[in-house]
Design a protein around this ligand. Structure first.
Ligand code: SF4
Length: 209
């Protein structure tokens, strides 16, 4: 069976390994196999790390941070250290990376083929329903500040949607791309919009006479 275009792309990229994706270093092993480990563990001896060998083990590794807290946002830059995942080939690497960083490979392939569709924040907010509709009231300044806090320092993904024209795609490793604000961002945008609304509605202090 012919491998999918995405698997072909990943197979080609693996020929140029080592590389990194998010917080993960991907390296070929001497002999056979491909190893994934935390980038900050790059210089550690293999026998100092806990070894896993099933692609699905990525799910457990990615689930909690080092303090045992659940990681709802998989792009959050708090992937725990101390493990290595030894895999047999591109298919297994694809499965594991899809668990570490959902949709990241598909977005990379779309970007590589000029098929990336970036959705501006205004359109994402316009589509919100129910209690999240209020998020559309966030000011441009509030949105920019939230983007800096939530995306630039709280996430490993690159928020293409925040760049008005010709988004710059990082060229090193496999980039973690974000073409549309995620549900975490929208939920926080609602909180910021409400705070902005309350601040405007609050009585202004008397200026004296
Ligand atoms: S919107 Fe921001 S926090 Fe959400 S996935 Fe994209 S970059 Fe990460």
């Amino acid at each position: 069976m012919t491998p999918s275009p995405l698997l072909q792309l990943l197979t080609e990229r693996l020929r140029d390994a080592p590389f990194h994706i998010g917080q993960i270093a991907v390296s070929p092993l001497t002999g056979e196999g491909i190893e994934l480990r935390h980038r900050d563990d790059a210089g550690l001896a293999a026998d100092g790390l806990e070894t896993f060998d099933r692609p699905d083990d990525a799910r457990d590794i990615a689930q909690y941070d080092a303090a045992g807290e659940y990681r709802p946002l998989k792009g959050s830059p708090d992937l725990k250290r101390g493990w290595r995942l030894v895999l047999a080939g591109p298919g297994e690497v694809r499965t594991a990376l899809d668990l570490f960083y959902p949709a990241a490979l598909a977005l990379w392939a779309a970007c590589s083929g000029n098929r990336m569709r970036v959705v501006p924040l205004a359109r994402t907010l316009e589509r919100q329903t129910g209690m999240y509709r209020f998020a559309r009231n966030i000011s441009p300044e509030g949105a920019a500040d939230l983007m800096r806090r939530r995306c630039l320092t709280g996430c490993s993904r690159h928020p293409l949607w925040a760049e008005s024209q010709n988004p710059a795609v990082p060229s090193h490793g496999i980039p973690l791309l974000c073409p549309e604000a995620c549900s975490f961002f929208v939920a926080e945008a609602r909180v910021v919009a409400k705070a902005e609304f309350d601040a405007k509605a609050a009585p202004q202090p008397a200026t004296g006479n």
